[in-house]
Design a protein around this ligand. Structure first.
Ligand code: BES
Ligand code: MN
Ligand code: MN
Length: 455
């Protein structure tokens, strides 16, 4: 039996196993799910074992465990290190889901559940591709798996794990499916990811909530002040006003920008999908550029004062916001965090106090297109999808990619199979059965090609 036949023959079980994994609410950000996170790790361990791994360990960390597995068939062959994550984002707001987030359903050939695409569905394709190759005596490369449970909260403990286990993690390339393709008609390979700097700010006015009639007009309202401060972080052209923010931003040549914009993109479809009348962003850049090669600043949440039912007349003591900045090569997360902090403190009027606290961050990454591994991935898409994949820059972040390069000296191939419309991090997240099955097939072809091209 060929590997492809094996994959086709076992489609139903491959789907059922993913559904079992999706039933485990492994939300890394919320302590009340920590048992479920552990359960998901154990499930991955079991599945790696039954797929044929020789060694599988659940490695404890200061946080959630990392599942490590391997099957080394011949030290002379190249080694592929697969990275993925089994943790998921919180499913809130639950009421916006058409079916419960941890009770997966298949509708219109798509699996609906939190983590269906990001990243359980995409990660699990690698375990099934491994099973299929192993079962058909077709494993062409040595395989290592490193599946973590803290990607959605910044991968702090994975960083420690990687630094402490360089020997164990020796490989020729890292392979990750945790990104998107342009569409099922236009496959693509991600060659750039943005970095991240995530801040929380607190603005304090008076030491207690005040009557907004008795004091209003005479005492600074921290919510009003916070809004003004945030508004001033961008100018009319959509440029971020933090001094030094753009100093290290890599400017692409006009040829590079031209190539980037040749990727198919339908502005009308984009607008209607999001139900917006117009896009918005930095002047002088296209939508592809705004998400791919330009940094951003966004408020992710803002709160303070009275938000209960009815109206309470109050001049609040405090206002808060969570603000993220997406970074591009060669910005450095810690430097941007510093620049933001200094600037935010400097623009605060004397009538308030501000406190700026950094959350997690991560570096941007660019992966090579002239490598053996890229060629192997490209040829795998060509065979399975009938089209040469287009290299693209994604707007999201996988901070560990730059760390792999720094600590292990390894390049990554970002062979994702999701779609931007899969609603990752949103209600009704889903993943197409087509993408799941095609992904498994493409991954198996990658291994075959990588071994062949490495000779
Ligand atoms: N898989 C995503 C990143 C992603 C999504 C890359 C789509 C490219 C296309 C990942 O799980 C994620 O959500 N990362 C976080 C960063 C992390 C530090 C919390 C992100 O991008 O917000
Ligand atoms: Mn992910
Ligand atoms: Mn995610």
């Amino acid at each position: 039996m060929t590997t492809k036949e094996y994959i086709d023959n076992h489609q139903q079980r491959f789907i059922d196993e993913l559904l079992d994994l999706l039933r485990i609410p492994s939300v890394s950000a919320d302590g009340k799910f920590s048992n479920d996170v552990k359960k998901a790790a154990d499930y991955i361990k079991q599945r790696l074992e039954s797929a044929g791994a020789d060694i599988v360990e659940v490695c404890e960390t200061a946080g959630h465990p990392i599942v490590y597995g391997e099957k080394i068939i011949d030290p002379a062959l190249p080694t592929v290190l697969v990275y993925g994550h089994y943790d998921v984002q919180p499913a809130d707001p639950y009421e916006l889901w058409d079916s419960p987030p941890f009770e997966p359903v298949i509708k219109d050939e798509k699996i609906y559940a939190r983590g269906a695409c990001d990243d359980k569905g995409q990660m699990y394709m690698h375990i099934k591709a491994f099973e299929a190759m192993n079962a058909t005596n077709a494993q062409a490369c040595n395989l290592k798996f490193m599946i973590e449970g803290e990607e959605e909260v910044g991968s702090d403990n994975l960083e420690t794990f990687v630094r402490e286990n360089k020997e164990k993690l020796t490989a020729d390339v890292i392979l990750i499916s945790d990104t998107a393709i342009i569409s099922n008609d236009t496959p693509s390979i991600t060659v750039g990811l943005r970095g991240l700097s995530y801040m929380e700010v607190e603005v304090t006015g008076p030491s207690r909530d005040l009557h907004s009639g008795v004091y209003g007009g005479a005492v600074a309202n921290p919510i009003n002040v916070l809004c003004e401060m945030i508004a001033s972080l961008k100018d009319a052209n959509g440029h971020i006003t933090i001094p030094g923010f753009y100093d290290k931003v890599a400017e692409l040549s006009s040829d590079e920008r031209k190539a980037l914009n040749e990727a198919p993109f339908e502005l009308d479809e984009y607008r209607s999908d999001l139900d917006i009348n117009e896009v918005a962003g930095e002047n002088g850049f296209t939508t592809i550029e705004r998400t791919g090669i330009r940094p951003t600043l966004d408020v992710n949440g803002i709160w303070g004062g009275y938000i209960g039912e009815g109206a309470k007349t109050v001049l609040p003591s405090k206002a808060y916001a969570k603000i993220s900045m997406r970074l591009v090569p060669h910005q450095v997360s810690d430097e941007i965090t510093d620049l933001f902090t200094k600037h935010f403190e400097s623009i605060a009027p004397a009538s308030v106090k501000v406190n700026v606290k950094p959350h997690h961050g991560g570096e941007p990454a660019v992966t090579p297109t002239d490598s053996t591994a890229y060629a192997a991935a490209s040829a795998a898409f060509e065979k399975a999808w009938g089209k040469t994949p287009i290299p693209t820059r994604d707007g999201g972040s996988i901070p560990i990619v730059s760390l792999f390069k720094e600590v292990l000296g390894l390049d990554t191939v970002l062979m994702g199979f999701g779609l931007d419309s899969d609603a990752i991090h949103s209600p009704n997240e889903h993943y197409g059965l087509f993408n799941y099955m095609k992904g498994i097939e493409t991954i198996a072809l990658f291994h075959e090609n990588f071994a062949q091209l490495s000779k």
